[in-house]
Design a protein around this ligand. Sequence first.
Ligand code: HEM
Length: 265
Amino acid sequence: MPPDTPATTYGSYLKIDELLALQQRRSDGPEHDEMLFIIIHQVYELWFKELLHEFDHVMQLLEADESHRSQHTLKRILTILKVMVAQLDILETMTPLEFLSFRERLDAASGFQSDQFRQIEFLLGVKSEPAISRFADGSRARAALERRYGEPTLWDAFLRYLSRERYAVPQSHRDRLVTAPVEPSPEIQRILVEVYRRDPKNAELCERLVDLDEGIQEWRYRHVKMVERTIGSRQGTGGSSGAEYLRQTVGRPIFPDLWANRSQL
Ligand code: HEM
């Protein structure tokens, strides 16, 4: 290292000055809780970034038939998801009136417009073209969503892995259109029953995917409950019907076959 290069410090490595300059409140006074609102959303976006980083890794590991390491990475993803669900407790300390004190300053801003959340959905097989077109042409968000839209989902990577593990995954599933929703399939359910009965290693992997599915549903459930207690049945700032729209997304499984096979075991 040249003699006049300053040593790396905590602040320079983590860019603390830049980070601390990013919480810019629109109110300046009685709306005390706006700071919490900004910080918690920024923290979520950082976790979304980390989740995407780990999901990309899981996909690569599955493609390389590294079952053990895939499970290890899924475990990390699940641990992060649990922390993300728990963080909603903090926001629930904000009363409806405290939120209303600055809500109008949000204009149309809403988590509905989080491109990283949509990227996670796309990766898990919940894809939609309108979700892409909401972002401006040429923007980072649009490019990221367009890329993920055309990429295989985690379920596709898993089915291809199972096929290499010598399970008779039909060609129509291995080469399925990656933009299509993941529909339940009796053929795949039969394969999964076989996995659960005879193949502990891959049954464990299936269980981690169920944990993930349950974890996402848990986040959705807790988020809608928080929305109900904070804004009741008001419309969302993102323009949806609010809690009513969110309730429709709760309890919709990501990997339906992994739930259906349970009643066949
Ligand atoms: C007081 C706190 C919050 C309220 C009142 C609230 C309200 C809402 C509402 C009403 C929607 C429906 C879309 C719309 O805006 O019309 C929504 C969607 C969403 N919110 Fe929140 N939210 C809150 C906190 C959070 C936090 C902390 C996150 C973390 C990133 C978040 C992430 C999301 C996401 C990702 C969606 C889209 C869900 C989907 O389309 O399935 N929200 N929120």
